[in-house]
Design a protein around this ligand. Structure first.
Ligand code: IDP
Ligand code: MG
Length: 136
């Protein structure tokens, strides 16, 4: 089986969308193998979003992801799970995300786009190790 990291971001938790988002992953026949509701601390956010350091939106991104509880999840599927999750998520900018996707149906602002999913197998392995060191 093949795993990826999903973060149901603080906006989604605040809006009461945990159930809706997890239901969409489960409807696709992906399974949760680990999950924890936790407010991500600043050092962990910096590690997770290291690739974005120096970009104009970086400070806001870290402030947002540490602003309240997120649901951290390891999600499993038969193969290419990170790709399947990214398709279900939709484009980064919710204004451009296709209807039928999580972001396309439920979000409108880039900075509050509800969900994170790893963008490659290597990212999935790196990110699972950050949030669930006992699993990797
Ligand atoms: P992703 O979440 O679809 O993988 P990334 O490019 O990895 O998108 O960016 C991480 C997060 O940073 C995005 O989900 C979004 O919330 C935020 N972000 C990305 N680009 C911008 C931008 O140009 N302006 C504001 N926020 C952005
Ligand atoms: Mg990304």
């Amino acid at each position: 089986m093949d795993r990826t990291l999903v973060i149901v971001k603080p906006d989604a938790v605040e809006r009461g969308l945990i159930g809706t988002i997890i239901a969409r992953l489960e409807a696709k026949q992906l399974r949760l193998v680990a999950s924890e509701l936790r407010t991500i601390d600043a050092p962990t956010a910096a590690l997770h979003y290291a690739e974005h350091e120096g970009k104009p939106f970086y400070a806001n991104l870290v402030a947002f992801i540490t602003s309240g509880p997120s649901l951290l999840c390891v999600v499993e599927g038969p193969q290419d799970t990170w790709k399947v999750v990214r398709l279900l998520m939709g484009s980064t900018n919710p204004k451009e995300a296709a209807p039928g996707t999580i972001r396309g149906d439920l979000a409108i602002e880039m900075s509050q786009n509800l969900i994170h999913g790893s963008d490659s197998l290597a990212s999935a392995q790196r990110e699972i190790a950050i949030f669930f060191p006992n699993l990797s």
